[in-house]
Design a protein around this ligand. Structure first.
Ligand SMILES: NC(=O)c1ccc[n+]([C@@H]2O[C@H](COP(=O)([O-])OP(=O)(O)OC[C@H]3O[C@@H](n4cnc5c(N)ncnc54)[C@H](OP(=O)(O)O)[C@@H]3O)[C@@H](O)[C@H]2O)c1
Length: 329
């Protein structure tokens, strides 16, 4: 499939490398706001053409567009690409309100194309093993998921600038950037929660540098810790009445251990997988488009809708408002 890109940071380069690794992708063109950047990015990544006019790029014959712009600009970019009947692969979090997602869904249906949110951690073989092993734990009683990663951009913030990922204008913050990984995992594993409560640690500009999200289910709670201003060293765990699953990291999982409460034994379940874990989500996306799998598409979007809903409730309850927001969740 032929694809074009929006955004010229390292994540777009990683996506291009992963897409080429699938053997089912050809980069056609790239877009940047700057001609100099667009030309250099196209040359470096082997694109045939580059554009500073997004609509001109969208006139080209391409199958899908990869979008990795700052969070608050995703919706405008997605809607623009949909107007040209392109399939969309958009980085997480695709939206910051449920209403935005509903608008995108309606447009995609109208245009007869698919949209896909890039939750790379939910497509890897080791994540699938985790999901398949979950029943062995029996009744789940508690879950601790952490994504605590010191951001190199925090140094810039401390020196007085405001990188997009630390700004409300661009829908940044720890919950939107990192908390979305464990939250989407919890929703993928256990479904829509009964409640969420967010306890943020605010930086001076009112963005959450870190926070704890309590996600409540009927018989257990999921405690999510996310941070961009400190480095976590502990694993994540799912505790059941029959055993425990331990993950070294959520995105990607490289070690997955099952502790059996009866035998008192621990087994490693993880297998070696691509370092470039975006390969797996791209394969899932391409298969969905090639087989015209609208059932899978609708299921993915339902999951995205639950994530958007809970993120929106969590941040608004703490007054974390983004462009165009009202504080009513
Ligand atoms: N899946 C993952 O593992 C992963 C990892 C990192 C990031 N992400 C996601 O990828 C997206 C981009 O993140 P990032 O950290 O790369 O963001 P970023 O550096 O702030 O911006 C990404 C690109 O958007 C364009 N851009 C920057 N500021 C803009 C503005 N004010 N208006 C319009 N375009 C602007 C820039 O391209 P030009 O200057 O060339 O136009 C830039 O290369 C986010 O949604 C993030 O959550 C995902």
């Amino acid at each position: 499939m032929k694809f074009s890109t929006i955004g010229t940071s390292w994540i777009t380069e990683t996506f291009i490398a992963a897409a080429h690794r699938t053997g089912k992708a050809t980069l056609t063109s790239v877009y940047s706001r700057s001609a100099e950047k667009a030309r250099a990015f196209a040359e470096k990544n082997g694109a045939k053409s580059w554009y500073t006019d997004m609509n001109a790029m969208l006139e080209e014959e391409t199958d899908y567009i990869y979008i990795a712009s700052p969070n608050s600009i995703h919706v405008a970019h997605v809607l623009n690409c949909l107007a040209y009947k392109k399939h969309i692969f958009c980085e997480k979090p695709m939206v910051y309100t449920k209403q935005q997602l509903d608008e995108i869904k309606t447009q995609a249906k109208k245009q007869g194309v698919f949209i896909f949110e890039g939750y790379r951690h939910l497509f890897s073989p080791n994540y699938k093993t985790l999901k398949n092993t979950l029943p062995k734990l029996g009744q789940v009683r508690s879950v601790l998921l952490q994504y605590i990663q010191y951001s190199s951009r925090y140094d810039a913030y401390k020196e007085g600038s405001v990188p997009n990922v630390f700004s409300k204008e661009f829908a940044g913050g720890a919950l939107m950037d990192l908390g979305v990984y464990p939250l989407s995992m919890a929703i993928d594993l256990f479904g829509k929660p009964t409640n969420v409560d967010y306890f943020p640690v605010f930086l001076s500009n009112g963005i959450d540098g870190s926070g704890t999200l309590m996600v409540t289910y009927e018989d257990f709670n999921v405690t999510i810790m996310c941070s961009k201003i400190a480095q976590g060293m502990i694993p994540s765990e799912i505790h059941g009445e029959n055993g425990t699953l331990t993950m070294d990291h959520l995105a990607p999982i490289q070690s997955l251990k099952l502790y059996d409460l009866t035998s008192k034994e621990t087994r490693e379940l993880a297998q070696s997988q691509y370092d470039l874990d975006m390969v797996y989500e791209i394969e899932a996306f391409v298969k969905m488009v090639e087989t015209n799998d609208s059932v899978y598409h609708d299921w993915l979007l339902e999951r995205s809708g639950h994530v958007a809903d809970e993120l929106e409730k969590a941040r608004k309850s703490q007054g974390i408002l983004f462009p165009g927001d009202s504080n009513l969740a």
